[in-house]
Design a binder for this molecule. Structure first.
Ligand code: ANZ
Ligand code: ZN
Length: 807
């Protein structure tokens, strides 16, 4: 018999599992497939407890599916491009490639220590040319279909560091530069974008996926669909300017007109005497963030352009303002302002003395001026031929009326913007485009991919792409005419990499396409995805978009990348805050792995609370879990028996009940209750150890180890071997249970006080002494006999009788 040394046990099994290829993906076509995917980590240096929290429950679930008879694909990889590598290069003079690959090397070892069933043969590293080549290939496919285009677009710019910033470098509610704390401004640069807006409507359809309501709501709001109308207003001496409105029923109440500071009409409509003021205002607005501009609590500001627009409904001339609360990126960048029925317009009109004309009467309106904007429904008034029409009908009626006169049309508007993928960064995928003086923008031919990222680059931030300063990279020949040309020097947003990595896992070295279609038929789509909710509106939206484009290209024949999604919560540091490197409250898993082993850490993380809620890290809690596994181990190896009384005849029933519970909990991702059930069962087993009939005991132990295996894979394997069951517990079928046996049966307990029968109570089968005592003490009749006396002891005959000895 071996002693209990979890670290030695774990090291030994990890070696054996690797040698025997236990976790090589099962390709048995006779089994149903299950593709389990956990979000791939960024190779930041060391795995932290957050990685363990995300990955090990996913592993438990994948193991469970495997035992239930599925062939399971459970891969892992590294999301390896991105800023931290470049920042390390700037700070410490290490090449981003060296920094990244050495981190990956270290994290690979740490991943193996987790005791997961990851198939490491499927590993993908997104900064490998054999991976990013396919980012470039996708770019070309998008470009062919008009889904990749170049446009001047505003980017975040730090005026002090003199560089554009990636989204994650802009921090805090007031949007400051991560490095120097300077407020970020917008700057117009020519940028590549992916046309995700073409798929806005389809992305709102969640009918084919089983995803958490929270994620769907976040995506729905992010896409932000609004129905309404486009209406054309004539601006004197300029021409037509279109507005988007959700309230065409209020058209007669439009008493002024507003264009965004960036609106192309601004320069031309502004009268000479207003020019200086307007220009100064436009410049000020350019320095502000969008968040500030849309902050509803901020005082509204604007300037009159000197121009007038004609309200197409009543021919009135209304003043045109420039105001920063109107954004260029939404709708058309111009609005008809209806102060009586829009809060922002109301505030603006009050401030600048503009008429506030009620056109929708509130239910009990007496005709007097409104004290605040009325945004509800009501009857149309002051609206010419529409007077008396309920506003809900007015929306359609006014739209049709405008359409008949060629002044407007129904319109749908989305908040969603196209996905800006250009980064003025080194450590990313080069965009496969060449600019030729004669031929213009020329895509790199497919057969010339990959466009390799060159080794040497200047990392110091200058505001320009580092690749711009690498002549060898930049200067090239035009693939079309052979003349001198220049390469695009921006790289791609790393969210491109993670938009399709689940496909690459299937055949990481495949050279004919992004993935082997034969493998795709075997495994796609992903059946179960797990990861954090913080990715709801970026990664999880982008990967849906990519899959729809892949479908339209003919690469896949389904619409959604991941059928089911489960979001884990966050684990909090000892200070109660979200664990993060910047807060300095991270817990290093290594310390705990060294002390207790992986199984204890895995089980502890699953035990701390419902997985979708996360929970606080409590070092005391991990002790308890360590004790549990040690006691469980003693079931097969140690001397330990429990003092507690329990009924050995309940062994079979309780075993079946355990199987049923753990199965149901695992189906629902309720790892914490599953572990609680395993703990309770362990206590029971210890209490009846040595009392049960041998064959029955062995059967019960086998079953216990089978259901323990997904949670504590090393312990279960070791105990399985000690039990003499061979190798490996992880290749066994998940046990079944007998419904008949698990039905909560009750027994009748005889309750005595000092040996005299006083009552009979109903109790669940398998009731233990503590529960029996509680039930007995709850009985009125029993209490009448012990009142004022002291309970000396109880005598318990399991499932039959309890005697309260009092004096
Ligand atoms: C007239 C009007 C009257 C409006 C009224 C509202 C109430 P959602 O629902 O978010 O789509 N709007 C349009 N484009 C804008 C822009 N670029 N910047 C700021 N505001 C803009 O909002 C649509 C409404 O927001 C539009 O309907 C427009 O104001 C405003 F009683 O038009 B409304
Ligand atoms: Zn050319």
């Amino acid at each position: 018999r071996r002693g209990y040394d979890p670290r030695a046990i774990e090291a030994r099994w990890q070696r054996r599992w690797a040698e025997s290829g236990l976790y090589r993906t099962d390709e048995d076509p006779g089994k149903p497939k299950h593709y389990a995917l956990t979000m791939l980590p960024y190779p930041s240096g060391d795995l932290h407890v957050g990685h363990w929290y995300a990955m090990t429950p996913s592993d438990t679930r994948a193991r469970f599916m495997r035992m239930r008879g599925y062939r399971v694909f459970f891969p892992i990889g590294f999301d390896a491009f991105g800023l931290p590598a470049e920042n390390a290069a700037i700070k410490r003079g290490i090449h981003p490639r060296d920094w990244t690959y050495s981190n990956i090397e270290r994290m690979r070892g740490q991943l193996r220590q987790m005791g997961t069933m990851f198939d490491f043969d499927a590993e993908v590293v997104t900064c490998d040319p054999e991976y990013y080549r396919w980012n470039q290939w996708f770019f070309l496919k998008f470009y062919e279909r008009g889904l990749a285009y170049r446009e001047k677009a505003p980017v975040d710019w730090c005026p002090s560091c003199n560089t554009t910033l990636a989204r994650e470098q802009v921090v805090g509610p007031d949007r400051r530069c991560e490095r120097c704390d300077t407020p970020v401004v917008k700057r117009n640069l020519a940028q590549w974008l992916f046309k995700i807006t073409d798929y806005a409507e389809e992305l709102l359809d969640f009918s084919k996926i089983d995803w958490p309501e929270r994620v769907k709501t976040l995506q729905r709001n992010w896409i932000g669909r609004s129905e309404g109308a486009e209406v054309e207003f004539e601006i004197e001496g300029y021409g037509k300017v279109t507005v988007f409105t959700t309230r065409p029923d209020t058209l007669f109440g439009a008493t002024f007109f507003v264009v965004a500071p960036e609106h192309p009409a601004v320069e031309r409509i502004t009268t000479p005497e207003r020019r200086d003021e307007v220009r100064a205002y436009v410049e000020r607005a350019a320095r502000m963030s969008e968040i500030d501009r849309t902050d509803v609590t901020r005082e509204k500001t604007g300037v009159f352009t000197g121009a007038y627009a004609t309200n197409p409904a009543n021919g009135e001339k209304i003043p045109v303002y420039v105001a920063d609360y109107v954004l260029m990126g939404y709708g058309t960048g111009a609005i008809m302002a209806v102060p009586a029925h829009d809060e922002r317009d109301f505030e603006f009109a009050k401030k600048y003395g503009i008429e506030i004309r009620t056109v929708i009467a509130p239910p009990d309106w007496d005709g007097s001026p409104l004290g605040e904007a009325y945004t509800g429904e009501g009857q149309m008034v002051n609206s010419g031929p529409f007077d008396g029409t309920p506003s809900s009908e007015g929306i359609d009626k006014v739209t049709r009326w405008l359409e008949e006169r060629g002044l407007g049309r129904p319109a749908v508007n989305y908040r969603l913007r196209d996905w800006l993928i250009s980064r003025q960064r080194y450590w990313g995928t080069p965009i496969p485009i060449v600019y030729c003086e004669r031929c213009g923008t020329v895509p790199v031919p497919e057969e010339d991919l990959p466009v390799l990222l060159p080794e040497d680059a200047e990392f110091m931030p200058t505001g320009e792409s580092p690749l711009k300063f690498n002549d060898e990279f930049r200067r090239t020949q035009c693939p079309r005419c052979g003349g001198a040309a220049e390469r695009e020097t921006d790289t791609m947003d790393t969210f491109v990499d993670s938009s399709w990595y689940q496909y690459r896992y299937l055949s990481p070295h495949y050279e004919e396409g992004p993935f082997d279609p034969e493998r795709g038929k075997e495994w796609l789509p992903v059946d179960q995805y797990t990861g954090g909710i913080e990715h709801a509106t970026m990664h999880l939206l982008y990967t849906r978009f990519f899959t729809k484009v892949m479908r339209d290209i003919g690469l896949v024949d389904f619409d959604e990348p991941m059928l089911r999604l489960f979001n884990q919560g966050v684990i909090l540091g000892p200070d109660g805050n979200r664990m993060s490197k910047s807060r300095g409250n991270v817990v290093n898993p290594q310390e705990y792995v060294d002390r207790y082993g992986s199984d204890v850490l895995r089980c502890y993380l699953m035990f701390i609370g419902p997985w979708d809620e996360g929970g606080p890290w409590d070092p005391g809690g991990i002790e308890g879990v360590a004790r549990w596994l040690r006691r469980a181990f003693n079931l097969v190896a140690g001397e330990e028996v429990s003092e507690a009384e329990a009924d050995p005849r309940e062994l079979s029933r309780r075993t079946h009940r355990l199987v049923k519970r753990v199965t149901e909990y695992l189906e629902g991702f309720r790892f914490n209750t599953a572990i609680a059930a395993l703990m309770e069962h362990t206590n029971y087993l210890l209490a009846v150890k040595g009392e049960a009939e041998e064959g029955e005991w062995r059967e019960a132990m086998r079953t216990f180890l089978l259901v323990l295996a997904p949670f504590a894979p090393h312990h279960a394997e070791e105990m399985w071997e000690i039990l003499g069951e061979g190798y490996s517990v992880h290749e066994q079928a998940w046990p079944r249970w007998d419904e008949e046996l698990v039905r909560e049966e009750t027994v009748t307990l005889v309750v005595q006080v000092n040996g005299k029968l006083r009552d009979r109570v109903e109790a669940p089968a398998g009731v233990d002494e503590g529960q029996a005592r509680e039930l007995a003490l709850a009985s009125e009749r029993v209490r009448a006999h012990i009142e004022g006396k002291e309970l000396r002891k109880t005598v318990y005959v399991p499932g039959r009788l309890i005697n309260l000895v009092v004096s």
